[in-house]
Design a protein around this ligand. Structure first.
Ligand code: CUA
Length: 338
């Protein structure tokens, strides 16, 4: 008996060290992640207990009751042990129910946005994220206030994506045709990364967005400043250039394409630094070529690239104004430095 206890204690010690010493989860930065971490530990501690018990009994039994090399006899006949059978049915049932109850409570609390959440609309598309705040402020960076419930309402323009900020735990699919929701309540200021965690195409691994958590008053001034920036547009040419630049960012072009003026260097689609040469190869005027490549990307495909990779939805998702501005921006119009 003592032997069995020693083996079980050793098994418990080793598994506890593996659980504690390896940083399996990132440091929590949200209320929801705190609860998720609690659930993990609750289940892990139960598992370590059961593993130690099973390991203790098995190793002890294998060691003590192994047959001698010349022993050809049958073992003694065994009948059931009612007490043991009741124990190994009831105890696991209680443990599984306990894990179920804890998980259900955590899920329900993590879905609770309280009575005054900050609402953020999330638009996902191959391969970019866009965030829209109340009052119409649009951003490619997700900025959140500290210690306030942020409720995300999420839509996808094409395929299934999934929103995940590892330090904040919460994870939710973004499904075309359905508005999904998720709540995050940041508990730490700083910078994080939002990751698309559903394989959504060639650019899946590049589909990330910067996240910043600010003190509540800093957040308020950020939101106000963003609102003013959008309202105030200077002269018309600069306005078009500016709209082209923001459209390039919001539509996620930089997720796949290199375009030096925008500072992007992705290589999933052809480089947009060579548009003039590509238009000449295709024998189409530059402006027309750019417009066609955005709206009907498979009409002409640059050598070395495949059809069907670039989304074909931009003709519908971009307004005429945005499309014109984007064409002008990519064509280098009104840009002195090129
Ligand atoms: Cu979007 Cu993966």
């Amino acid at each position: 008996m003592l032997k069995m206890v020693v083996i079980a204690a050793l098994a418990a010690l080793v598994t506890t060290l593996v659980a504690v010493l390896i940083p399996w989860l990132p440091d929590s930065a949200s209320e929801e992640m705190d609860r998720i971490v609690f659930t993990y530990w609750f289940a892990t501690i139960i598992c370590i207990g059961i593993f130690a018990l099973v390991a203790g009994v098995i190793v002890y039994a294998v060691w003590t009751f192994r047959v001698q090399p010349d022993d050809e006899t049958d073992g003694p006949p065994i009948h059931g042990h009612t007490g043991l059978e009741i124990a190994w049915t009831v105890v696991p049932a209680i443990l599984v129910i306990a894990i179920g109850v804890v998980s259900a409570v955590v899920l329900s609390k993590n879905a609770d946005a309280g009575n005054d959440p900050l609402k953020v609309q999330v638009f996902a598309q191959q391969f970019a994220w866009r965030f829209e705040y109340e009052g119409g402020v649009v951003s490619n960076e997700l900025v959140m206030p500290l210690d306030r419930h942020v409720q995300f309402e999420m839509e996808s323009a094409d395929v299934i994506h999934s929103l995940w900020i590892p330090e904040m735990g919460q994870k939710q699919d973004v499904v075309p045709g359905v508005t999904t929701e998720i709540v995050i309540t940041p508990t730490k200021t700083g910078r994080f990364t939002l990751i698309c965690t559903e394989l959504c195409g060639l650019g899946h691994s590049t589909m990330r967005a910067p996240v910043r958590v600010l003190e509540q008053d800093e957040f308020a001034s950020w939101l106000e400043a963003q609102g003013k920036e959008e309202a105030g547009s200077g002269d018309e040419a600069a306005g078009v250039q500016e709209l082209g630049r923001t459209t390039f960012g919001n539509a996620g072009c930089g997720g796949c394409h290199t375009f030096t003026p925008a500072g992007t260097d992705a290589e999933i689609g052809p480089s947009l630094d060579n548009l003039a040469a590509d238009a000449e190869t295709a024998g189409v005027p530059l402006e027309e070529y750019i417009r066609q490549s955005i709206v009907d990307p498979d009409a002409v495909v640059v050598e070395g690239y495949q059809t069907g990779v670039m989304p074909t939805t931009f003709g519908e998702t971009l307004s005429q104004e945005e499309l014109d501005a984007l064409v002008a921006y990519l064509g280098g119009e009104g840009e002195g430095s090129k």
